[in-house]
Design a protein around this ligand. Structure first.
Ligand SMILES: Cc1cc2nc3c(=O)[nH]c(=O)nc-3n(C[C@H](O)[C@H](O)[C@H](O)COP(=O)(O)OP(=O)(O)OC[C@H]3O[C@@H](n4cnc5c(N)ncnc54)[C@H](O)[C@@H]3O)c2cc1C
Length: 309
């Protein structure tokens, strides 16, 4: 019987683990198929407080894990396949084995929606990225033309943010108007550095031969005409998919699948808490996920303390 099971070892899960372990709860922390979470896929993190020179994403997550283990967290490679939250103790099936838990912290993160192009995959992190806040300031993108794909609030925010660094930002959207809120649409279209490319889709990222982004091939969906936009970076901003399918029908989710927190880090099921990008469609940053992990662990600890555990 575990007092706390933490599902996920990204910034949210491992920060929750540090707090729960320091509260003597010896949390079991399950990695899923991406130990260390999304940040392990990036080379340099420049906006996590405390690292003035930046830090390699993998190194940062290794340090978080060591910090949690130092205080007694048990980090175990395993994926939660199903959960029974109908009564306490809760039961999780982890790679076929049952695990019982008094409380659970869900920190399963969210994945980016991809365009689904082979060239996009091959040039990932070689100019293709999914986060302007994370990567926009990198030297490779400075004073260069950049392309953002998408038409919602996120795409507009990314495009606007990138105008600080880019020479010009092409905003490629499938339709002839943006889906974003009115104010965001107006602000985006009024920005002289943003050039909308309407009714269009990116069909190929160039240049796989050179192993870096030099441009994108764009197809006008109305006329069928193809053209090439020269650019040093492609920022894909067509949405995220929270990893919450396991909890559908049990934990309250919004229409996009994000867990709806109640009173801080609680969920609609007493004893189940949530942290990080699986419940955050607004900020999606390492430090905000870590902060939410801290909050979830403190709430789990208080929940158990109220039951004299
Ligand atoms: C390329 C890239 C660069 C980035 N750069 C920055 C940056 O510079 N600065 C910044 O602040 N943010 C950056 N981010 C965003 C940052 O990575 C995320 O905001 C952060 O990782 C969210 O943490 P999380 O713990 O909520 O989720 P994640 O990091 O996504 O971790 C989710 C965890 O849950 C696990 N999991 C999922 N399902 C299950 C299951 N069924 N059973 C068990 N475990 C499961 C996964 O294996 C993983 O360990 C970047 C993201 C990417 C993709």
């Amino acid at each position: 019987m575990e007092k706390v099971v933490i599902i996920g070892t990204g910034c949210a899960g491992l920060t929750a683990a540090i707090y729960a372990a320091r509260a003597n709860l010896a949390p079991l922390v399950l990695t899923g198929n991406m130990p260390g979470g999304l940040l392990t896929t990036t080379s340099i993190v420049e906006n996590f407080p405390g690292f003035p020179e930046g830090i390699d994403g993998y190194e940062l997550m290794t340090r978080l894990q060591k910090q949690a283990e130092r205080f007694g967290a048990k980090v175990k490679f395993g994926t939660v396949e199903s959960v029974d939250l109908s009564r306490r103790p809760f039961t999780l099936s982890v790679d076929g084995d049952p695990v019982q838990a008094e409380t659970i912290i869900i920190a399963t993160g969210a994945g980016h929606r991809h365009l689904g192009l082979e060239s996009e995959h091959l040039l990932d992190k070689k100019g293709v990225t999914y986060c302007a806040t994370c990567d926009g300031a990198l030297p490779m993108f400075r004073n260069q033309p950049l392309v953002v794909v998408g038409g919602g609030d996120s795409a507009c925010e990314e495009a606007t943010y990138l105008t600080r660094f880019a020479s010009v930002v092409y905003l490629v959207h499938r339709r002839d108007s943006l889906r974003a809120s009115k104010i965001m649409t107006e602000r985006t279209l009024a920005n002289p550095k943003i050039k909308p490319v309407w009714d269009s889709a990116v069909t190929e990222v160039l240049d796989v031969q050179q192993d870096k982004v030099t441009g994108v091939r764009v197809k006008n969906l109305k006329t069928g005409a193809e053209s090439v936009l020269d650019c040093a970076g492609l920022f894909v901003a067509i949405g995220h998919v929270p990893n919450t399918q396991l909890f559908r029908g049990v934990i309250d989710l919004d229409e996009n699948g994000y867990i709806i927190p109640k009173q801080g880090a609680a969920t609609n099921v007493p004893g189940v808490f949530v942290a990080g990008d699986c419940s955050d469609h607004v900020y999606r940053q390492a430090v905000t996920a870590a902060g939410m992990g801290c909050a979830a662990a403190i709430e789990a600890e208080r929940f158990l303390a109220a039951e004299n555990q």
